[in-house]
Design a protein around this ligand. Structure first.
Ligand SMILES: [Zn+2]
Length: 422
């Protein structure tokens, strides 16, 4: 069969040429988002050739034979980025998932989660730890890249790294059950370096570490014990850097966040109650804060008692006030929702909350798309509609600069030049 088709191609160069020419598509809509300028333009057009954007603006070339997709009263914009996801977590059983579900079962559920996120317009994600499923996220990422399953382009970390008795170590449970940690346990610097090397060997793109936890807000006083020393985090950052990787930390409060920022991590996730010195350093070094408000709201709305709801609401209000201080201090932000414990595909809510708590819609879009692309190490490939960038394009009703809620109703999704949702 192979020989026959090669022979045909040799005999018929025109057919070969047609085969090699990439599929060309023109997207047309009422508006297009210019993220860098923070405004929408009218109308909007994107010319896609194969997997890449060829032109984007108010008018593009319409090559002969190009497929034209008319998207009506919508805004064309880059695919959304979620810089803090958990494909391996799902609603209802976060704490016991590692006990109740096998890694193969969790991997299939993660594949379904990836599809939901993509259909909601998230074409790129940074998955912040499988929480007990080891490096199964590498398999999901690779299956997406091979086109076997639909999903966003992924940066994955394998398990997060955590200390004995730390944030994810199933502390306080019946010791006779010998529950495994939901993270990779590493106490000494040597253990941390070994774990980073092992995860890299298995295909991790970056390192996720739990630096603080668990949080406690009592009578207006917020605390969260640190887990690794500044020296340990510095060693971790250096080891990651050695192989072109980076470290992201789960961190709130001091001194943990200060240690992480001094060590030069790529992002501080959750980022609640930072000192002014920490905020200053984050601005100077370009270290992103990823607030993850959506998860807090979901937990506040799904508690076991009115007292718990009250406590959660207080935490939300505290973090919202801290977020305003961070904006005023010039801290750079990326957008991450912590989706998993709340339903996959609903995480655009994070951007509504960032606007609700004081950031302009244009700044939220800049944080999500331009900063998100930097944080995911795809600065020159995603997050903007520019020639040569991957054709990850979505269309939303209305104008997201005027009403950020447009992002919660994504109508059209293209990833890598392929129409996923129409
Ligand atoms: Zn998380």
């Amino acid at each position: 069969m192979k020989i026959a088709s090669v022979t045909f191609a040799l005999l018929c160069p025109a057919a070969l040429l047609a085969q090699q020419q990439p599929h060309t598509v023109v997207l047309h809509a009422a508006r297009i988002l210019d993220v860098a300028a923070g405004k929408t333009l009218t109308p909007g057009e994107v010319l896609v050739e194969g997997t890449r954007i060829k032109e984007a603006g108010t008018h593009v070339t319409h090559p002969a034979g190009a497929e034209v997709i008319e998207l009506g009263d919508t805004t064309l914009m880059p695919g959304l980025i979620d810089a803090h996801t958990h494909l391996f977590l799902h609603v209802g059983n976060e704490a016991n998932q590692t006990v109740d579900e096998s890694v193969p079962e969790r991997t299939l559920i993660a594949a379904d989660a990836a599809r939901h996120d993509l259909l909601a317009g998230f074409t790129a994600e940074r998955d912040m730890g499988t929480e007990g499923a080891g490096c199964a996220d590498v398999a999901v990422r690779n299956a997406i890249n091979r086109g076997l399953i639909p999903g966003p382009r992924m940066r994955v970390s394998c398990n997060a790294i955590d200390i004995t008795g730390g944030h994810e170590d199933n502390s306080g449970k019946n010791p006779e059950q010998h529950l495994l940690s939901n993270a990779d346990r590493a106490d000494s610097t040597d253990e941390v370096l070994h774990t980073i090397r092992e995860q890299r060997k298995q295909g991790a793109d970056f390192v996720k570490m739990y630096e603080t936890g668990r949080d406690n807000l009592h009578d207006g006083v917020f605390t969260s014990p640190y887990q690794y020393t500044q020296e340990q985090l510095t060693a971790a950052v250096a080891e990651a850097k050695r192989t072109g990787s980076r470290v992201a930390v789960h961190a709130t409060a001091e001194p943990g966040t200060g240690y992480a920022v001094a060590a030069g991590v790529a992002s501080v996730d959750h980022a609640d109650f930072l000192s002014s010195e920490t905020m200053k350093q984050m601005k100077e070094k370009g270290i992103f804060a990823v607030p993850t408000f959506a998860i807090s709201e979901y937990f506040a709305e799904h508690t076991e008692s009115p007292t718990a709801t009250q406590r959660r609401r207080e935490s939300e209000a505290f973090h919202a006030a801290e977020f305003k201080k961070q904006i005023a201090a010039g801290v750079p932000f990326a957008v991450g929702s912590d989706v998993g414990p709340f339903p996959h595909g609903t995480q655009a809510r994070e951007m509504e909350l960032m606007v609700k708590y004081g950031m302009s819609a244009a700044d939220v879009l800049h944080a999500d798309l331009i900063n998100g692309a930097k944080l995911l190490d795809w600065e020159n490939s995603i997050g903007q509609l520019k020639p040569g960038f991957f054709a990850d394009v979505i269309a939303v009703p209305g104008d997201p600069i005027k009403d950020i809620s447009a992002l919660t109703h994504v109508q059209f999704v293209m990833k890598n030049g392929e129409v996923i949702k129409r």
